[in-house]
Design a protein around this ligand. Structure first.
Ligand code: FES
Ligand SMILES: [Fe+2]
Length: 435
C-alpha cells in the first residue's frame, strides 16, 4: 500500500514537471505568427503616397541571423545582402556585385572577418565599408568603369560598343545597421546625402522589464495607416472597446492624446491627473527626448479603464513614442504591473507590411498573463487589420474639423509627411524597371 502511494507520488511529480515544462516552453516567450493572407477583397487600391518612406526599419530578429549566415532581403524597395560576419557582427550591403551584377546574397559566402564573397567570380565585399577587397589586409580592388556608348542602338565608337569612363576603387552601397535588443534594423533614405549618416538613432530601453514574446502580423495596406492608428482617437470607440469578442460585459474605455515631441506645450498636453502616473510619464519623456531626435519623434498618451459589469477600474496609463515612419515604443504603467510593447512596421512590398510586436513585462508576472496580454494586443490588431486590408487610398480626404479627433488626424499627417523626402522620385525610378 505504502509502495503504491509512493509510486503515485513519483508519477504525479513527473506529470506536474512535464506539464510545467510544456507551459514554460510555450508561454515564457510566447510567439504568435499570423497564418495566411486575410484579405477579403481584391480591388484597385487607389492613389497613395510613396510606399517606402525614410527611416530605420527592422529586418529580422538577431537570432535568425546566425554567424556566417547570409540572407537576401528585398523589403522597402531595396535589394539587401544581410549577413553575419566571422567577427559576429551583422552587415547589410547592396545585393548586387559591381562586377557583373550577380546577387551576392544568393550563393554568396562569408569570408575574412566581415566580408561577403560573390558566387560568380569571387570578388569579396567588406560589410563594414562596402569596399571590394582583395586580401585580408582589406586592400581595395581597383576597377575600370565601362559604359555602353548607346545601350539602345549598340552603336560602336572606336570599334567598341563600350567606352571606358574612369578607373576607381570598387565599392557597393552599404546600409547603416544597428543591432539592438535582439533585433536588426537598417537605415534607408531616398536622398543620397542622408544614406550613410542616419539622422537619428533608434530608441533603446527596457525599464528593467523581461522579454515575454512577440507577434507578427502581415497587413495588406500602406505603411502610414499603421502608425496613424495611434493618433486616431475615434476608431478606439469602434474597433478597440471589446476585451472578448463574445461579451459586452467587459469593455475598455480610452482617453487619447498625441503631440509632436518638439511641441513647446508637450508636457502640458500630456499631463495626467494621477500624480504618480504623471511623474512616470514626465520622466519617461525627459529620458528619451533629446534635441537631436525630437524632430523625428511624436508622443502618444492613452489612459485605459476596464469596465466590468458597469464598474470602472483603472487599468493602465500608456505613454509611447512614434519614431520615424516604422517604429513605435509603448510603455504601460499600471497600479498592478508594468509592461512595454515595441512595434516595428516594415513594408515588404508596396502594400504589404510586416507588423511585429515585441512584448516585455515585470518579471514576476505569470507567463500565462503576459501571453494573454500579447494575444489581447493581437486581437486588437486584427480588429484594425480588417479595415486596413480592404481600404482604398485617395489624395482627397474629408475631415470633420469641428471635432478634436479629426483635427488631430490632420496634424498627424503633417508630422508624418517629413519621412517622404525624395521617396516619390526614387519610386518613379524603380517603377521604370518594373517588369
Ligand atoms: S559578378 Fe560578382 S565577381 Fe563577377
Ligand atoms: Fe487600432
Amino acid at each position: 500500500m505504502l509502495a503504491n502511494t509512493f509510486l503515485w507520488q513519483i508519477l504525479l511529480s513527473i506529470a506536474i514537471g512535464i506539464a510545467y515544462l510544456l507551459y514554460y516552453l510555450k508561454y515564457r516567450a510566447y510567439i504568435w505568427i499570423q497564418k495566411g493572407d486575410l484579405r477579403e477583397t481584391r480591388s484597385f487600391r487607389g492613389k497613395s503616397l510613396p510606399c517606402f518612406p525614410n527611416g530605420w526599419f527592422k529586418l529580422v530578429n538577431s537570432q535568425d541571423l546566425k554567424k556566417e549566415q547570409v540572407k537576401y532581403i528585398d523589403y522597402c524597395g531595396r535589394n539587401i545582402a544581410l549577413f553575419r560576419g566571422k567577427d559576429g557582427n551583422a552587415y547589410a550591403l547592396d545585393a548586387y556585385c559591381a562586377h557583373m551584377g550577380a546577387n551576392i546574397a544568393l550563393g554568396g559566402t562569408v569570408k575574412l572577418g566581415s566580408g561577403l564573397q560573390c558566387p560568380f567570380h569571387g570578388w569579396i565585399y567588406d560589410g563594414a565599408t562596402g569596399n571590394c577587397v582583395i586580401d585580408s589586409k582589406m586592400e581595395v580592388r581597383k576597377g575600370e568603369v565601362f559604359e555602353y556608348n548607346n545601350m539602345d542602338t549598340c552603336e560602336k565608337k572606336d570599334g567598341s560598343v563600350l567606352a571606358k569612363q574612369c578607373e576607381s576603387e570598387v565599392k557597393i552601397n552599404k546600409y547603416p545597421l544597428r543591432e539592438i535588443k535582439g533585433q536588426i534594423y537598417v537605415w534607408l533614405h531616398a536622398v543620397e546625402k542622408h544614406r550613410e549618416v542616419p539622422l537619428y538613432e533608434p530608441l533603446s530601453f527596457d525599464h528593467g522589464l523581461q522579454y515575454r514574446g512577440e507577434s507578427l502580423n502581415f497587413v495588406n495596406t500602406h505603411i502610414q495607416d499603421i502608425p496613424e492608428n495611434a493618433a486616431d482617437l475615434k476608431h478606439f470607440y469602434y474597433i478597440h472597446t471589446k476585451v472578448f469578442s463574445w461579451t459586452n460585459a467587459i469593455t475598455l474605455k480610452w482617453k487619447l492624446k498625441w503631440a509632436a515631441a518638439d511641441d513647446p506645450n508637450l508636457y502640458e498636453t500630456m499631463k495626467v491627473e494621477n500624480p504618480k502616473r504623471n511623474a512616470f510619464r514626465k520622466n519617461f519623456l525627459e529620458t528619451h527626448i533629446t534635441p537631436k531626435n525630437k524632430k523625428y519623434l511624436s508622443v502618444l498618451g492613452l489612459e485605459n479603464t476596464l469596465v466590468i459589469f458597469g464598474f470602472h477600474i483603472e487599468f493602465f496609463t500608456l505613454t509611447g513614442f512614434q519614431q520615424g515612419p516604422g517604429l513605435v515604443y509603448l510603455v504601460l504603467d499600471s497600479p498592478y504591473f508594468r509592461a512595454a510593447f515595441q512595434q516595428s512596421v516594415t513594408p515588404t512590398e508596396k502594400y504589404m507590411q510586416n507588423v511585429w510586436h515585441r512584448f516585455y513585462t515585470t518579471s514576476w508576472l505569470p507567463y500565462w498573463i503576459s501571453a494573454s496580454m500579447l494575444r489581447g494586443e493581437v486581437s486588437q490588431v486584427m480588429g484594425d487589420l480588417r479595415i486596413w486590408n480592404n481600404k482604398k487610398y485617395t489624395p482627397k480626404l474629408v475631415y470633420d474639423m469641428s471635432t478634436q479627433a479629426d483635427k488631430l488626424l490632420y496634424t498627424w499627417r503633417s508630422w508624418y509627411s517629413q519621412f517622404y523626402e525624395g521617396c516619390a522620385d526614387r519610386e518613379k525610378e524603380l517603377n521604370k524597371y518594373d517588369w
